[in-house]
Design a binder for this molecule. Structure first.
Ligand SMILES: *Cc1c(COP(=O)(O)O)cnc(C)c1O
Length: 417
């Protein structure tokens, strides 16, 4: 058993007591989402044979077809495309965007610059990489107002007849801003549609799934995408992504993922199907565990004097807990401390590195069963001022608690507390 200082244990006990009421609120969301998922499974008569997987072209893979139907129902969407063939969240989002955008169209992000890995998907005009802009799709974004809300005056001035897709990022990603709740996204959709009824509203839903009782597709978003090695994979999906939304748009994304004419009708699931189904079944509960861990982290680190976002008391709409440290030493000690709690690779000491797709060196704690799986306890931090660590996930609440204790103890051992 690891040894933690008396003081750290006391702070932890205080933080847990403080968060009690919030935890009950999370349990309510978990129940709602768990019922919703079970009802979708039952409606489509999910049975053992659906889990069998498929090979070759995989025509008529009923497990794959029903999986799409179940996801569509859970997300309140007309259609869904849930596939292990999506290599990552970035690939999934890229597929959705390339699926619906054509040369001459514009993509306008209204929640500021998107997540780091999408910068190269958007690219630069004629950059020769095959990016959106290389294909003659134009791009612009509108920075958020100082209070974290959408700058509607600027959005209104930038929407033109070529604005085809409005991009919204639900989660903060690597930004020190608030994430957007589903209710706020619903209001954004209404406002966008009043400015330009034909715009397609796309939501990057990464990290958001099952943190609230509704998803963006239930409040009018036309198309959403996310990663199966985050929330909806429930820690069991081994790879993949999903796209949900209007049936015509999901079909265009499917044409982009495979090829026009075959779309979502082919694609061997190999042995991935059961994990994707079972992961979806577990996802509401695991997301609840992770969120409780995030709330605990906020309460605890506020107690020892660091800023957190969201605060422990704030309503949650994603898994990410940002904690702001005063120096790179604190930041690195925190991330290395989280790693020390891992069941897998707990002996490894993470160091900052130049990760593909990111603009700054990044340090990551990821002792995970699924490589990079961030529904599992993990922490990432770009090494840049003001030294913010983004932690997320935790398949069990106790694991997060253990991680927070080892992180604090690591900081204390290095005389940083
Ligand atoms: C994780 C994430 C992505 C990209 O997913 P990867 O699997 O890392 O490629 C995009 N947007 C947001 C908001 C994310 O959290």
């Amino acid at each position: 058993m690891a040894v933690f200082s008396e003081e750290i244990i006391t702070r932890m006990e205080e933080a847990e007591c403080q968060a009690e009421q919030q935890f009950r609120e999370i349990d309510r969301v978990v129940d709602k989402n768990q019922f919703k998922v079970i009802e979708a499974f039952q409606k489509h008569h999910v049975s053992d044979f659906h889990f069998a997987g498929s090979t070759g072209y995989a025509y008529n893979d009923r497990g794959r077809e029903v999986l799409d139907l179940v996801y569509a129902d859970v997300f309140g969407a007309e259609a869904a495309l849930v596939r292990p063939h999506f290599a990552s969240g970035t690939h999934t989002i890229s597929t959705a965007l390339f699926g619906v955008l054509r040369p001459g169209d514009e993509l306008l992000y209204i929640t500021g610059k998107p997540y780091d890995t999408l910068h190269k998907v958007i690219g630069k005009p004629s950059d020769g990489t095959g990016s959106l802009q290389d294909f003659g799709i134009t791009y612009d974004d509108v920075a958020l107002c100082a209070d974290g809300t959408v700058d509607w005056d600027t959005v209104a001035s930038k929407i033109t007849s070529s604005t085809k897709v409005i991009g919204i990022q639900r989660s903060r990603g690597y930004d020190w801003r608030a994430s957007f709740t589903v209710e706020q996204i619903g209001e954004m959709v209404k406002r966008v549609k009043s400015l330009s009824p034909n715009c397609i509203v796309f939501v990057d839903n990464c990290y958001g799934e099952f943190t609230e009782e509704q998803e963006p597709t239930e409040v009018g978003a036309d198309l959403i995408a996310g990663s199966l090695i985050k929330n909806p994979g429930g820690g069991l999906a081994e790879t993949g992504g999903y796209i949900c939304g209007r049936a015509d748009l999901v079909e265009l994304a499917a044409n982009r993922l495979t090829a026009p004419g075959i779309g979502g009708e082919v694609g061997a699931m190999l042995g991935t199907t059961r994990g994707i189904y079972q992961g979806l079944f577990l996802a509401p509960t695991i997301v609840g565990q992770a969120i409780k861990g995030s709330i605990l982290a906020a309460a605890l680190f506020e107690r020892v004097g660091f800023d957190s976002k969201p605060r422990w008391i704030d309503k949650r709409t994603d898994l990410i807990q940002a904690i702001s440290f005063s120096s790179s030493e604190h930041l690195i000690a925190f991330v290395q401390g989280i790693q020390r709690a891992a069941a897998v690779d707990g002996h490894v000491v993470p160091e900052p590195w130049d990760m593909p797709g990111y603009d700054h060196p990044v340090i990551m704690a990821a002792g995970t069963f699924i490589q990079g799986g961030s529904l599992e306890l993990s922490a990432d931090a770009p090494i840049r001022e003001p030294y913010i660590a983004y932690m997320q996930g935790g398949l069990t609440y106790s694991h997060v608690k253990f991680g927070l204790l080892t992180a604090l103890q690591t900081m204390k051992d290095r005389k940083l507390l």
